[in-house]
Design a binder for this molecule. Structure first.
Ligand code: F6R
Length: 613
């Protein structure tokens, strides 16, 4: 979603701002812009193309300045047109904004009454006029830009991260956050701000994460942060572990491809703490985890999209092995539903980014209605979600840049399997032998993932056929039903082929009507307790002319025939089988999207971090 970069330096900040925007491109955007204070005047350029186009404009117009803000916009209020692109300007004040201002209509009326004219359809423009109005004509001891922004954000309702510059004050820029990510980057005699660390990797690794309600003044020499109550506060400085290499493409053509192939390493890194262990301990999830885990009587999982699918898989593990009742709910539904809280439930939020607005709000809602225990499984250190949770587990997948989530999902599943083991053991449902076997399976997982990646050439042949179709159906049963859902989501989001997933037993209750020779069907068919039932369901498909594409285990008795294509998984992983079966589905989506000439890493209309609801 929208990305923000701000910089103040003794050198031209335009290259820093543009590099930062390029590194934020993965978040998804449809226009870009920047504003710098050049001499005493504000200069702004905007483009509805890629950041590379903005760069050309900057070069052509020789735009430079030692103070600037920049933005990639993912349209919410107003079409993706240049007049709606950020920065927005009011007099000499310029603002970039990530989030949604809910009271923008009322504020627009008030500001119009004061004589301000609006030239865009955005909610952001009200912030520019509001700051301008609160600045009341320039810097004085009483009326700094810092004061004007503090006064302005107090009037805003909604979620935002903003950065503001004013041509009347070249000594600083101001940022504020409430419900959308923003951090400061500390340089040597120059300072920065951005939506995430990757944007600043070329200038600094020292970062300060702002809290909700913080407003900060950033100058050449330092920064001052005021919290929501107006007190000056010092926030800790972290040294980011992110390296430039982690966000480079290297030998790959796309980030999604890189991230699919990084999965053996991502899972190995995530499970590093158990690699040499003979047993699992609750403390893997935090110092207080044992006390919490002994107190709980159920689990409630809240997440969105792919992370929600990880939660759905976990339900089968948690109920089946740990014997603990588990509900899984889409965060955006849960947060607005009247539900019955269970103070003894463990609320688990799962998120790659840790910034998903719905998941954060669902956790806040769960706490507000009386849930006491929370655990977050997340891939981004110091993200808002990790900070809001009592217990936490950081997946170590490394930065996920491709919009379609891949390695985050398999690492989430690895952690959820580990959690199942810990809870099963605490509840007396896991013998020492069983624990040893499961640990062996977890240790084998990276190797198994590496061998499953070898099926790529076979999947590519399927993908070539799928690329010409308009629809596809994904079938699975039991724990592989959520994997079918994940396969369908991957295919639709990057190839734009309409894809549906069904629990195969549900087929005859309606969706079978869709099946004919134009409907390719993918079936996830591990040799588990439901395989014979699944085979019957697949017969129903074949009898209606549906072309079957079956992902089978080596020992699943299914043979290829006319209209039945079988790929045998080269390895299996017992209860961890859903993790392995995900890989060919990711590859199928990737290659189908490539065949169709789509922008695999930045699919249309989608954003990486969904920081608005
Ligand atoms: C799909 C995808 C999305 C995310 C969802 C939640 O490939 O990436 O469905 O899974 O937006 O995002 P996180 O996990 O960051 O909370």
């Amino acid at each position: 979603m929208c990305g923000i970069v701000g910089a103040i330096a003794k050198r031209n900040t335009v290259p820093i701002l543009l590099e930062g925007l390029k590194r934020l491109e993965y978040r998804g955007y449809d226009s870009a812009g920047l504003a710098v204070v050049d001499g005493g005047a504000l200069r702004r350029i905007r483009s509805t193309g890629r950041v590379a186009e903005l760069e050309k404009f900057a070069q052509a117009d020789a735009v430079s300045g030692a103070l600037g803000i920049a933005h990639t916009r993912w349209a919410t209020h107003g079409a993706p047109e240049e007049r709606n692109a950020h920065p927005h300007v009011s007099g000499g004040v310029s603002v970039v904004h990530n989030g949604i201002i809910e009271n923008h209509d009322a504020m627009r009326e008030r500001l119009r009454a004061k004589g301000y004219a609006f030239v865009s359809d955005t909610d952001t423009e009200v912030i520019a006029h509001l700051v301008h109005s609160n600045l009341q004509g320039g810097r004085s001891a009483e009326h700094t830009l810092f004061d004007a922004v503090k006064k302005s954000v107090a009037e805003l309702i909604g979620a935002y991260a903003i950065a503001v510059v004013s041509e009347s004050d070249k000594s600083c820029f101001i940022v504020a956050r409430h419900g959308a990510p923003l951090l400061l980057g500390l340089g040597d005699g120059e300072n920065f701000a951005a939506s995430d660390t990757s944007a600043l990797i070329q200038v600094t690794q020292r970062v300060v994460y702002l809290e909700d309600g913080d407003v900060a003044e950033i100058t050449l020499g330092g920064h001052t942060i005021c919290d929501a109550r107006g007190n000056t506060v010092a926030r800790p400085v972290f040294v980011s572990q992110l390296t430039a290499g982690a966000v480079e493409l290297g030998p790959y053509s796309h980030y999604m491809q890189k991230e699919i192939f990084e999965q053996p390493m991502a899972v190995a890194n995530t499970l590093e703490m158990v690699t040499n262990a003979h047993s699992v301990a609750p403390q893997l999830f935090g110092a207080d985890a044992e006390e919490v885990f002994r107190d709980i009587d159920s689990v409630l999982i809240l997440a969105c999209g792919t992370s929600f699918h990880a939660g759905m898989v976990a339900r089968y593990w948690l109920e089946g092995f740990a014997g603990i009742p588990c509900n899984v709910e889409i965060a955006s539904e849960y947060r607005y539903r009247d539900s019955v809280p269970d103070p003894k439930a463990l609320v688990i939020t799962i998120s790659q980014s840790g910034e998903t607005a719905d998941t954060l709000a669902a956790l806040q809602h769960a706490k507000a209605i009386g849930h006491r225990h929370s655990l977050s499984i997340c891939n981004v250190p110091e993200s808002a979600l990790l900070r809001a949770s009592g217990l936490r587990f950081l997946t170590r997948a490394g930065p996920e840049i491709g919009v379609a989530s891949t390695k985050a999902f398999t690492t989430q599943l690895a952690v959820l399997a580990l959690l199942t083991m810990v809870l099963a053991k605490l509840r007396g449902r896991l013998s020492a032998e069983g624990e040893g076997d499961l640990l062996d399976s977890l240790r084998h997982l990276p190797t198994a993932l590496a061998s499953v990646l070898q099926v790529e050439p076979l999947v590519k042949v399927w993908a070539e056929k799928f690329a010409g179709r308009h629809h596809a159906l994904f079938l699975g049963r039991g724990i592989h039903y959520p994997i079918a859902m994940e396969g369908a989501l991957k295919l639709k989001e990057i190839s734009y082929i309409h894809a549906e997933a069904y629990a195969a037993g549900e087929l005859k209750h309606g969706p079978l009507a869709l099946v004919d020779e134009h409907m390719p069907v993918v079936a996830i068919a591990p040799n588990d307790a439901l395989i014979e039932k699944l085979k019957s369901n697949l017969q129903e498909v074949r009898a209606r002319g549906g072309e079957l594409h079956v992902l089978a285990d080596q020992d699943t008795r299914m043979t290829a025939s006319d209209g039945v294509h079988v790929i045998r998984m080269p390895d299996h992983a017992g209860i961890l089988s859903p993790i392995l079966h995900t890989i060919p589905l990711q590859l199928l989506a990737y290659h189908a999207a490539l065949q169709r000439g789509n922008d695999v890493d930045k699919p249309r209309n989608l954003a990486k971090s969904v920081t608005v609801e």
